[in-house]
Design a protein around this ligand. Structure first.
Ligand code: PEP
Length: 253
């Protein structure tokens, strides 16, 4: 991979100010693993506080509204999260697609607005178990990406893809290395076709789904895996840093 491995913690709807000590511990330890790019996406309420703690790690959000401003009670747009200190936003997570009915078109609009606000984007994709068992995983995931991708060249520099099979999120199950490699290679081909090989090379493809310190070394050593999007295991500095160490070692191997 051209870039450093990227390990991103998605705190989901977890964390009050008491979690700031975990963020601080992650940040201080990340300074010892400079071969790895480390980031966390806390809930909106903690973005500014984590940003103020962070000297080394990146801070991002888990979603944003595609609009600029106006009458959208309860929503937060891309420039607001950037103003709070976010440098990236996770978009298209399966919990947003399923729990909030987000379509590929809406996700595309969110991506455009996030790029416009100067943010980097982590676009999530992934299939259900039924789709995989039907043999349709690859076409399903590629369609999700095609429909959501920004269609102009320059944003490739600020784009990351996270392949997260839905059946592996929070379940303790992970995809096999062979399945991960095959899907990541297909995604890479799509990116090559969309942006050209040179621009595509800057886009890291992360794997997400029950990544833990014990399975991280194998997953991160899989060809075309540029890092991990980590849910549950990112809530404690100790387990999250175990994954960062695995990424650092896979860089040295
Ligand atoms: C996620 O929600 O992005 C995720 C990968 O969660 P977990 O690591 O808990 O499976």
């Amino acid at each position: 991979m051209a870039e450093r491995p990227y390990i991103v913690g998605n705190w989901k709807m977890n964390g009050t100010r008491a979690m700031l000590s975990e963020a601080r511990a992650i940040d201080r330890a990340a300074q010892r693993y400079m071969k790895v790019e480390v980031a966390v996406a806390p809930p909106y309420t903690l973005i500014h506080a984590v940003h103020k703690e962070a000297e080394q790690i990146g801070v991002g959000a888990q979603d944003c509204h595609p609009g600029v401003e106006g009458a959208h009670t309860g929503d937060i747009n891309a420039s607001m999260i950037a103003d709070a200190g976010a440098k990236f936003v996770i978009l298209g997570h399966s919990e947003r697609r399923q729990g909030h009915g987000e379509s590929n078109e809406l996700i595309n609009a969110k991506i455009e607005s996030a790029l416009e606000a100067g943010l980097r984007v982590i676009l999530c994709c992934g299939e259900t178990l039924e789709t995989r068992d039907a043999g349709d995983a690859e076409s399903f995931v590629l369609n999700q990406i095609k429909a959501a991708l920004p269609l102009f060249g320059e944003p490739a520099e600020r784009l990351t893809i996270a392949y997260e099979p839905i059946w592996a999120i929070g379940t303790g199950r992970t995809a096999t290395s062979e399945d991960i490699e095959a899907m990541h290679r297909s995604i890479r081909e799509l990116l090559n076709e969309t942006y050209g090989e040179e621009a595509s090379a800057a886009v890291r493809i992360l794997y997400g789904g029950s990544v833990k310190p014990d399975n991280a070394p194998e997953i991160l050593a899989t060809p075309e895996v540029g890092g991990a999007l980590v849910g549950g295991a990112s809530l404690s500095a100790e387990t999250f840093l175990g994954i960062v160490v695995g990424a650092s070692e896979s860089e040295e191997a």
